[in-house]
Each structure stands twice: as structure tokens, then as C-alpha cells.
Design a protein around this ligand. Structure first.
Ligand code: SAH
Length: 349
């Protein structure tokens, strides 16, 4: 590629105008990263749930199809946010078709390269670079798996003289955290005002903004959003900005745009936004528990019987998705629904 490396561009921008916010750095790094590669799977940098087992997408698809059936089989659109390779959508749509639902498919994806990968698996889809252009004529059933963790976060950090914005500077081509301007004490939750030096509080304005837009739509049009990600119940202290490169943790300040940057998702904030828009929130609950209630074990058994040559791989996959030591507890599932839509399967006890 003839373009200057992103790290050179960012270093030049910092030399010119001073340190940049963590959000600006993360947004630029991830936009470049996803625009220039298919990062998923053994040969890539990380493996997501739908890439581990077809059963993941199938169960998501059946959960949404069940909502469609229970709400009267009316015209409803299927939406996936940040579909990666399109594997989840392809598996979900196959499962939906098996119970008679053939929805319009709307994929929200900023990377043209990944849009092309998705088009091979879900050729009937319509793509959107932004949630604003999603259709307004029918309820929306939305899935976001490992999407919100890729959105850019802001950090503030406790310094000697108070809380400050955390920024990123550059010296001799190396990036480092630097102290930014003081932030008003009023925005710091009471319980953290006297937190020790170096404590970090994160926020994700892009996630909040996107959640607001989606929940307003669901409130007006009907439907449900299902969010699956790793995260926490905020507010909390902690620096969760992390980089993955070839399946290992790496330094997030090295080689921006060449490794996957993520941050933990604050489910409390997303839930609060949904409630503000008048939606009912379900969960968050552990992914392992949710998949178990939807029939993970039964589906694994049935598929293994039908495809004995794949039995071992299917069982390992399901174990990886559900066991508390692997993805089962780290990942959480939350749903937000408009008042006239039923509670999604796997949440009501
Ligand atoms: N859901 C997929 C991939 C998760 S990776 C899976 O489970 O395998 C994050 C995905 O979100 C990628 O497809 C990336 O290109 C996309 N993405 C990141 N930021 C985005 C944004 N602001 N708007 C739309 N898509 C985005």
C-alpha cells in the first residue's frame, strides 16, 4: 500500500497539534484495522463466537425468529451491527428460514473490505455505514455481537492534582499516555472522587449515541436489540483498553491500525439509555447460561449425531462458548425491547 502508515500519520498529527484523545486514537486505529484486513480466525488476530461454532448464530437466529412468531409474524427486519465475516447472519438466517421467517437483512458495517466478505455469505443484504439509514417502516430485531467493544472510548485519569482527560502523545515515533486538561469534579461519581492516583474511568460516547438512536427507533417502530459482549456493570474504575495481535494481548500504543483495539462494554450505561427511551431491559446474563437455556447442549448432540465426523469439533466449540472458564462467563447477553414485544427466550425465569 502506498499510503503512509497510520502510526506515521498519527505521530505527524500529534507533532502538529499536540496530544490526541484516547477516543481519537482508538477510532483512527480501528477504522484502519478493519478497512485493511479480515482479522478473524486462526490465521487472523482473534476468533469470535460465530467463528467457533455454527450453533451460536443458529441460536441467535432462533431466539429472534421466536420473537417474530410470538409477536404475530408481522413484517419485521433483521439487523446485524458489525457483522465481521457475516457468519453469524448466515447461520441465523438459515435457522430463521427453517421456521418460516425470511426477513429483509440490514447490515451496519463501515469497512468496505468486510462488506465484500459479508456479501459472499449474505448476498441478499442491504448495507449501511450508519444506523441512521436503517429502514423506518417495520419493527427491527437487532443483534450486536462483539460490536460495542470495538467503539472508541474516552478515559479520564486520577492525577496528583485531580482528575484529568487522558491523552496520547508521541515522541521519536513512540506513543505514550500524557495528562490532558482537568475535568470538573462534578462529572466524577461520588464513590470515585478520592480514588488513588492512576485510577482510570472510561466512557464510550459513540456507544451511548448509537444506543440512543437504536433504542429510539425500537421505541417508535417496535422490536428488540440483543447485545452480546464482554463488559461490566458501571460505573467502575479500570483501564480496559486492550490490543490483540495474532491471538495474544499486545501493547495498545504500539502499531496503531495493525492490531485489534477493544474496551470492555459498560452494560449499565447501555441499559440506562434503553430505559430512558422507554424500553424494557432483560439481563445482562452470562452467555453460557443464555445459550444453555436456548438449547445449546441439545443442538450440539443432534448435530453431532447427524455429522459424526464433526462431533468432536462441535463439542469443543460448544464447550468454548459456554464454559465459565472460557467464554461462558466473560461474555454477557443483554436485550432491550419495546413494550409491545415479548421477552426474548433465555431471559425470563
Ligand atoms: N460481530 C462479528 C465481528 C465483530 S468485530 C463477529 O462476531 O464475528 C467488529 C465489527 O464491527 C467489524 O465488522 C468492524 O468492521 C465493525 N465496526 C467497527 N466499528 C464500526 C462502526 N462504527 N460502525 C459499523 N461497524 C463497525
Amino acid at each position: 500500500m502506498s499510503e503512509a502508515r497510520l502510526s506515521d500519520q498519527l505521530a505527524a498529527a500529534i507533532a502538529e497539534a499536540g496530544p490526541i484523545s484516547v477516543a481519537k486514537y482508538m477510532a483512527a486505529a480501528n477504522a484502519h484495522y478493519y478497512a485493511t484486513r479480515d482479522p478473524f480466525g486462526v490465521k487472523g488476530d482473534f476468533t469470535t463466537a460465530p467463528e467457533i461454532s455454527q450453533i451460536f448464530g443458529e441460536l441467535v437466529g432462533l431466539c429472534l425468529a421466536d420473537l417474530w412468531i410470538r409477536s404475530g409474524r408481522r413484517l419485521t427486519h433483521f439487523v446485524e451491527l458489525g457483522p465481521g465475516r457475516g457468519t453469524l447472519s448466515a447461520d441465523a438466517l438459515r435457522a430463521m428460514a427453517s421456521v418460516g421467517w425470511l426477513p429483509e437483512v440490514h447490515l451496519v458495517e463501515t469497512s468496505p473490505l468486510l462488506q465484500a466478505v459479508q456479501a459472499q455469505r449474505v448476498p441478499q443484504a442491504e448495507w449501511h455505514a450508519d444506523v441512521a439509514s436503517l429502514p423506518t417502516d417495520a419493527p427491527l430485531l437487532i443483534i450486536a455481537n462483539e460490536f460495542f467493544d470495538a467503539l472508541a472510548i474516552q478515559q479520564i485519569i486520577r492525577c496528583k492534582d485531580g482528575w484529568r482527560q487522558r491523552r496520547i502523545g508521541a515522541e521519536d515515533g513512540r506513543f505514550g499516555f500524557v495528562e490532558g486538561p482537568l475535568v470538573p469534579l462534578a462529572i466524577i461519581p461520588d464513590q470515585f472522587r478520592d480514588a488513588p492516583e492512576e485510577s482510570v474511568i472510561e466512557s464510550c460516547p459513540d456507544a451511548v449515541d448509537m444506543m440512543r438512536q437504536l433504542c429510539q427507533r425500537i421505541g417508535e417502530q417496535g422490536g428488540t436489540i440483543l447485545i452480546i459482549d464482554y463488559g461490566y456493570a458501571g460505573p467502575a474504575l479500570g483501564d480496559t483498553l486492550q490490543a490483540l495481535y495474532q491471538h495474544r494481548f499486545a501493547d495498545p500504543l504500539e502499531d496503531p491500525g495493525e492490531r485489534d483495539l477493544t474496551a470492555h462494554v459498560d452494560f449499565t450505561t447501555l441499559a440506562a439509555m434503553a430505559e430512558l427511551c422507554g424500553l424494557a431491559v432483560h439481563g445482562a446474563i452470562d452467555q453460557g447460561e443464555w445459550l444453555g437455556r436456548l438449547g445449546l447442549a441439545e443442538r450440539t448432540e443432534a448435530l453431532a449425531l447427524a455429522h459424526p465426523e464433526k462431533a468432536a469439533e462441535l463439542k469443543t466449540g460448544s464447550e468454548r462458548l459456554s464454559s465459565p472458564e472460557q467464554m461462558g462467563r466473560l461474555f454477557r447477553v443483554m436485550a432491550a425491547s419495546s413494550g409491545d414485544w415479548p421477552i426474548p427466550a433465555g431471559f425470563a425465569v
